[in-house]
Design a protein around this ligand. Structure first.
Ligand SMILES: NC(=O)C1=CN([C@@H]2O[C@H](COP(=O)(O)OP(=O)(O)OC[C@H]3O[C@@H](n4cnc5c(N)ncnc54)[C@H](OP(=O)(O)O)[C@@H]3O)[C@@H](O)[C@H]2O)C=CC1
Ligand SMILES: O=C(O)[C@@H]1CCC=N1
Length: 270
């Protein structure tokens, strides 16, 4: 991987995470190029990471791997701009929600390999979940390259592309659902009379501990929940209220809405 030159086009939040992950894993700064729309952002990236910031066309000309980190609605214009420079042998890696690899194929030279990745913001602490799918002309070697790009950010998994909108609804947007729940529980703690700072400390550590149990205990969430729920106890009382308020149904609807929005983004980008 380190011998390849990687260009991150549109180094915003996610692009910067890819960039910093590569640098953390020992990828030479000299083999990294980034682009940004605003001059201030370009200067910030150059100063923070010591990488070369160029225009999109130059980055693509110099790179072997081109990671597209712009918002889906900015993608068509970017692809039209870079298509002439995407010569044979270059791999395009999309970070974009919703957009299928066929969207890229339609705008890039025939035969361009495209890999689609849905990662998430816990990449900031090396705990991302990145789901990787080969698109047209992407070989196993291309997918392996994308894996080595995203492994420094956290876990990776290969999924067929048709699952990517569901993946986006689950793990791509997922951190926001947990943050909302934590925020709501802090407010609930304040309602019960706890100082805000105490409520936050209690619930954040409870989230961290619960996440570690989910990952490391080898037990199913149902078993973990049952172990907390004493007969006629406090947890059972709280869980009944959650069921009464339709928490499961709310989550099902929320994830369906996210999946549907991913489809809509693709339809609108055409
Ligand atoms: N945020 C998230 O949790 C996740 C986002 N994604 C996907 O990642 C992609 C990026 O999202 P995110 O990082 O949040 O968005 P950001 O807005 O933070 O980053 C996008 C960046 O692209 C830049 N940009 C836009 N057009 C161009 C262009 N023509 N040339 C160069 N740079 C350009 C923008 O510049 P400027 O700031 O100047 O406008 C911005 O810095 C999206 O496609 C999104 O769907 C995927 C998983 C999770
Ligand atoms: O909200 C979004 O569209 C992006 C994709 C997944 C997370 N954030």
């Amino acid at each position: 991987m380190s011998q390849h030159t990687v260009a991150v086009l549109g180094a915003g939040k996610m692009g910067e995470l890819v960039l910093s992950g590569l640098l953390r894993s020992g990828h030479p700064a000299g083999h990294l190029l980034v682009t940004a729309r605003r001059a201030a952002r370009a200067a910030e990236l150059a100063e923070r990471y010591g990488v070369t910031v160029t225009g999109n066309a130059e980055a693509v000309t110099r790179a072997d791997i081109v990671a597209v980190g712009v918002k889906p609605q900015d993608c068509a214009a970017l692809l039209d701009e870079i298509a002439p420079g995407v010569t044979a042998g270059k791999l395009v890696v999309s970070l974009c929600a919703g957009l299928p690899t066929s969207f890229f194929a339609a705008r890039l030279p025939e035969g361009t390999p495209v890999v689609r990745v849905m990662t998430n913001t816990p990449a900031m602490v090396g705990e991302a979940m990145s789901a990787i799918s080969p698109g047209p002309h992407a070989t196993d070697e291309h997918v392996a390259l994308a894996e080595s790009m995203f492994r420094p950010l956290g876990s990776t998994v290969r999924v067929p592309e048709y699952q990517q909108d569901a993946v986006t609804a689950l793990s791509g947007s997922g951190p926001a659902y947990f943050y909302l729940m934590v925020e709501a529980m802090i407010e609930a703690g304040v309602l019960l009379g706890l100082p805000r700072r105490t409520a936050q400390e209690l619930i954040v550590q409870t989230a961290v501990g619960s996440a570690a149990m989910l990952r490391d205990s080898g037990e199913h969430p149902v078993q973990l929940r049952e172990a907390v729920t004493s007969p006629a106890g406090t947890t059972a009382a709280a869980l009944r209220e959650m069921e009464n308020h339709g928490v499961r149904a709310a989550l099902a609807s929320a994830l369906e809405a996210a999946r549907d929005r991913a489809r809509e983004i693709a339809a609108q980008a055409k």
